[in-house]
Design a protein around this ligand. Structure first.
Ligand code: NDP
Length: 315
């Protein structure tokens, strides 16, 4: 039978390119979990995806109710769930003021981490009950949250501190909107959320890999300088960033190539190892990359897990 993969944020960029790459193999049915149904359906059509190769379902990660509703809806499809890809993200580098999810959390961490945390926790039992040969939960990471790299050292650097802001609810009412308790900074909030993504993947691996047989993985797909992720950046940045990445840092990767990389993490029989953060070298060969000290701190991962459980109502 075909595998079924859920991809969040499949209406553009990496998520769409991955959905297309998987659909084209003829071996996958993709559930595109998107906040904007019409945009997703237009994007799938424009990408030339066969209409039988995907199903679009509504998911707004900025609302925990929407996440719970999505889980109910996806179960009603009566399809096995073989792979879940947590890909959607918001990046607000120029925001002067924080914005908030329906549950009051600062938006970047609320969507990128907490919404996905609840989704992944809820769908773990579905993955476990699938009979697919290799079941996977993939959480897209980034180099920018990884302070052992050049890109990860561009200020403001990711830093979760002692997680006091998160423990306080991350809502700006009685607690900071930043995980470390500091002043709002949209670029840092995004990087912090990516550290959370990478810590969460490893904590899932430690807690559930043996018990469930699910492969947990994260990845840095390369710098996809053309995606919508940079839509909120100043125009000059948007103009110069792609050529800068192409010719100076040489970290540039096209959406199509990045989609193929993520599709590999979804389906390649050689990438079944769990607890890995995948990266690709210049020849586009995958390798197991090292994470920064903070992004591989097991105590922090445990603490993050426990606080996140409370915030999303699982504990
Ligand atoms: P895009 O902005 O193109 O895609 C982000 C997707 O997330 C969109 O489909 C967007 O939906 C969706 N999304 C945003 N908010 C929500 C929400 N509340 N609920 C549901 N979906 C939502 O960016 P990319 O493709 O670049 O980013 C994809 C992933 O890749 C992210 O995890 C990012 O951190 C990661 N990444 C990107 C890099 C890059 O260089 N671009 C580098 C490293 C990692 P909509 O279409 O409705 O806006």
């Amino acid at each position: 039978r075909k595998g079924t993969a859920i991809i969040t944020g499949a209406s553009s960029g990496l998520g769409l390119a991955t959905a297309k790459a998987l659909a084209e193999t003829g071996k996958w049915h993709v559930i595109m979990a998107c906040r904007d149904f019409l945009k997703a359906s237009r994007a799938a059509k424009a990408a030339g995806m066969d209409k039988d190769s995907f199903t679009i379902m509504h998911l707004d990660l900025a609302s925990l109710d929407s996440v719970r509703q999505f889980v109910k809806n996806v179960r009603q499809l009566d399809m096995p769930i073989d792979v879940v890809v947590c890909n959607a993200a918001v990046y607000q580098p120029t925001a002067k003021e924080p914005s908030h999810t329906a549950d009051g959390f600062e938006m970047s961490v609320g969507v990128n981490h907490l919404g996905h945390f609840l989704l992944a926790r809820e769908l773990l039992s579905d993955l476990q009950s699938s009979d697919y040969p290799s079941k996977r939960l993939i959480i897209v990471g980034s180099i920018t949250g990884n302070t052992n790299t050049l890109a990860g050292n561009v200020p403001p650097k990711a830093n979760l501190g002692d997680l006091r802001g998160l423990a306080g609810g991350l809502n700006g009412i009685g607690s900071s909107v930043m995980i470390d308790g500091g002043e709002f900074d949209g670029a840092k909030a995004y990087k912090d959320s990516k550290v959370c993504n990478m810590l969460t993947m490893q904590e899932f691996h430690r807690r559930y890999h043996e018990e469930t047989g699910v492969t947990f993985a994260s990845l840095y797909p390369g710098c996809i300088a053309t995606t919508g992720l940079f839509r909120e950046h100043i125009p000059l940045f948007r103009l110069l960033f792609p050529p800068f990445q192409k010719y100076i840092t040489k970290g540039y990767v096209s959406e199509e190539e990045a989609g193929k990389r993520l599709a590999q993490v979804v389906s390649d029989p050689s990438l079944t190892k769990s607890g890995v953060y995948w990266s690709w070298n210049k020849n586009s060969a995958s390798f197991e990359n090292q994470l920064s000290e903070e992004a591989s701190d097991a105590d922090k991962a445990k603490k993050l897990w426990e606080i996140s459980e409370k915030l999303v109502g699982l504990a």
